[in-house]
Ligand binder design. Structure first.
Ligand code: ES4
Ligand code: ZN
Length: 324
């Protein structure tokens, strides 16, 4: 089964590029940019990665991003992730980035997107890996900041397929961003949102109804509303599920409690993804392996995760045929 998983072509739909910053690169960039970090070795950084909920992770994750200053830093970060994609046989990836994490520190929007996009273009040529970019609004910040970020993105429409919503879900429901998402839809962006990770199933309903989302990131708390699960199946709404993330952040006590295999067998369009792999202990293959170890399943079922991800992706129908 391990060989089957490693050899299986994969599509990743839920990956925060800032969450792929490995401690070694964090150290290298801290040195290069003369940024102080509160650790002495990469191992000390790893030892600090003990989380008890989403917020305890986010605090450390935003601190890590402080070493990213120059376009080259964003390029190096993205290129390192793409090399991991090659190792894990990920053929297509849709990457989140959080511009506000950087613009709030005085880094230009253009610096961030140019570095990331440069690496994506090179990966298409040199590694044969295709990609899309999704710009996320930080939900703990206000609507005005999200609007400002959307304005900054307009000259880069050709590089950004969708807008999303991430960060602290509790206390920041989809309603807060209804206006800015409606504007984004008018401007031609697709939309996605984190919902039903730590927050209630109602947030999934509201993201679909108010934000017009084409898929839901996480969404695992949908099971608290049976009618919603039936609607997700009927309407083929994809969920981008992140198993190692969910166990590290105690959304589920352990992988045995995770519901992604139940959802798959019920016919929900669930996909497997790595979320913030440098923080949660694994890229795509590690996520697949952890799920299968806790939930024995057939090869056909495992392959269904990839078929679902192809279907749920934002690639053209002709490109979908290439992947199948
Ligand atoms: C995130 Cl796991 C998770 N949830 C919400 N927002 C995020 N940003 C980065 N990782
Ligand atoms: Zn996420």
């Amino acid at each position: 089964m391990k060989e089957f998983i490693c050899g299986l072509p994969k599509v990743e739909l839920h990956l925060h590029i800032e969450g792929s910053l490995e401690p070694e690169l964090m150290f290298e960039l801290a040195k290069r940019n003369q940024v102080a970090i509160p650790y002495n070795t990469p191992q000390e950084v790893r030892d600090a990665y003990e989380f008890h909920n989403l917020q305890s992770f986010l605090d450390i994750y935003y601190q890590g991003a402080n070493v990213l200053i120059h376009e080259q830093d964003f390029f190096d970060l993205t290129w390192a992730y793409l090399l991991r994609c090659r190792e894990d046989n990920v053929l297509h990836t849709e990457i989140f980035f959080d511009p506000q994490t950087h613009t709030s520190r005085g880094i230009e929007f253009d610096t961030v997107i140019s570095g990331i996009h440069g690496a994506l273009v090179q990966a298409q040529h040199e590694l044969g890996i295709t990609s899309q970019l999704i710009m996320c609004f930080l939900r703990h910040l206000d609507e005005a900041s999200a609007f400002e970020t959307l304005e900054q993105a307009l000259p880069h429409k050709d590089k950004i397929i969708a807008v999303g919503l991430d960060s602290s879900e509790q206390g920041h429901p989809p309603q807060k961003f209804e206006n800015v998402f409606q504007k984004a839809l008018t401007e031609g962006f697709l939309t996605v949102a984190h919902a039903g990770e730590e927050g209630p199933a109602q947030n999934i309903d509201d993201a679909l109804a108010l934000l017009g989302t084409a898929r839901i990131d996480h969404g695992v708390r949908c099971v608290e509303d049976e009618a919603l699960v039936e609607r997700l199946i009927e309407d083929k709404v994809p969920l981008t599920v992140c198993p190692l993330s969910n166990t590290k952040l105690k959304v589920f006590e352990d992988m045995g409690q995770h519901n992604v295999v139940d959802l798959l067998r019920r016919g929900v369009c669930v996909t497997l993804n790595s979320d913030d792999p440098a923080y949660f202990g694994g890229y795509m293959n590690a996520n697949f392996l952890a799920v299968v170890k806790a939930h024995p399943m057939s090869k056909e079922e495992v392959a269904q995760f990839t078929l679902n991800a192809i279907e749920a992706s934002f690639i053209s129908e002709s490109e979908k045929l290439r992947l199948q």
